[in-house]
Design a binder for this molecule. Structure first.
Ligand SMILES: Cc1ncc(COP(=O)(O)O)c(C=O)c1O
Length: 348
């Protein structure tokens, strides 16, 4: 194809997780929350006035910003509403990177970062994680205008402590974007860094902890000057009125959110142990998924045989990951079905 820029012609696009059509499946491949969102979300959507749809939405989503600011103890101008966390990642690449301004991030990690680097035509310094997925020292010395650390990391589920990331932010000259899409399930988060450091952007998503992957909503928290700069780059109306209403209702129902997160964390502990009992190596996870490796059964085959039984988990044919499966923590019932099927497959 000759119509596109060279980098677009040459690149492979991001491959989203498979979305099966059949109803009776065990879907543990895209880290969705298995529980329903807050009833207040559905109420807010039901109560939308026709006028709200006729008019353009609030370009900055002030109602959400105020609700999030109250929850997190920040000012509303420290918050940017986005069309999913992925929208914020796109904005960051557009704002900070180009042919002469690289991005840096530790690997293995969320594969979208590499895709966005190709689209933006910037170099990507992919620095391998240290032992036990510790932060690699080299990351601070790349000199990248944008450094991204996914924390907790996908697909490993591992966590780097906030003081380590604070040190990194202090060492680099550019911006540190900490992708906390899975932060709802972790022991620590980096919210305090936003209060004290003017080069840190936190990414939060409502797709995981809040059970709202379908509406596409995420947000950034950062120093107001960084938020003001990102505002210049976003689409005027990057979040629609229905999504803003739903997201605002969701963040105001912390009891529902906390209860679902608690259930997932409890199920994660059981799933991890059950997989280990089957002989798999499983990293301790700080997310709503686990990364598991069978020492003797090829991950691709296991993935295929589970899919044949309508049990979907994620397989990445990538360096360091091709022998592993990423399994979303489902309901106790879904997890039991997975474990039972795996037991039978591994016994072959
Ligand atoms: C590491 C990571 N960051 C960001 C996102 C984006 O989340 P969303 O666009 O659904 O808010 C995802 C989605 O799976 C993710 O895995």
């Amino acid at each position: 194809m000759t119509y596109f820029r060279d980098n677009i012609n040459e690149m492979t696009g991001y491959t989203p997780g498979f979305q099966p059509k059949a109803a009776d499946v065990v879907k543990l491949n895209t880290n969705e929350n298995p529980y329903a969102p807050s009833p207040r979300v559905l109420e807010a959507l039901k109560n939308l006035a026709p006028e709200t749809l006729r008019r353009y939405p609030d370009p900055v989503g002030q109602a959400f910003r105020e609700a999030a600011a109250t929850l997190h103890g920040l000012s509303p101008d420290s918050i940017l509403c986005c069309n999913g966390g992925d929208d914020l990642l796109t904005l960051a690449f557009r704002a900070f990177c180009d042919e002469t301004r690289p991005v840096a991030y530790p690997v293995p990690t969320y594969t979208l970062y590499a895709v966005l680097a190709r689209i933006q035509n910037c170099a990507a310094a992919e620095v391998p994680f240290g032992d036990h997925f510790s932060l690699p020292d080299k990351l601070a010395h790349v000199g990248a205008p944008l450094t991204i650390v996914c924390n907790p990391n996908a697909p490993t589920g591992t966590l780097i402590r906030p003081n380590v990331l604070a040190d990194l932010a202090g060492q680099i000259k550019g911006v540190l974007l900490i992708d906390e899409a899975y932060g709802d399930f972790a022991e620590t988060n980096c919210l305090d860094l936003v209060r004290t450091l003017d080069n840190v952007i936190l990414l939060r998503s409502m797709s995981k902890g809040y059970s709202l992957a379908g509406i596409r909503f995420g947000y950034a928290m950062a120093h107001p000057d960084l938020i003001a700069g990102l505002m210049k780059v976003k689409d005027s109306y990057n979040v629609d009125a229905m999504t803003l209403a739903a997201a605002t209702a969701a963040i105001q129902d912390q009891a529902h959110f906390q209860a679902n997160v608690k259930k997932t964390k409890a199920a994660r502990a059981i799933l991890t142990q059950d997989l280990r009992n089957l002989g798999l190596d499983v990293l301790d996870s700080q997310t709503n998924f686990v990364l598991a490796r069978s020492p003797d059964f090829p991950a691709a085959d296991l993935h295929g045989q589970l899919a044949a039984q309508h049990i979907f988990v994620r397989y990445f044919k990538l360096p360091g990951l091709a022998d592993k499966l990423r399994i979303t923590v489902g309901t106790p019932d879904q997890n039991t079905r997975l474990i039972q099927a795996m037991k039978e497959i591994l016994a072959q």
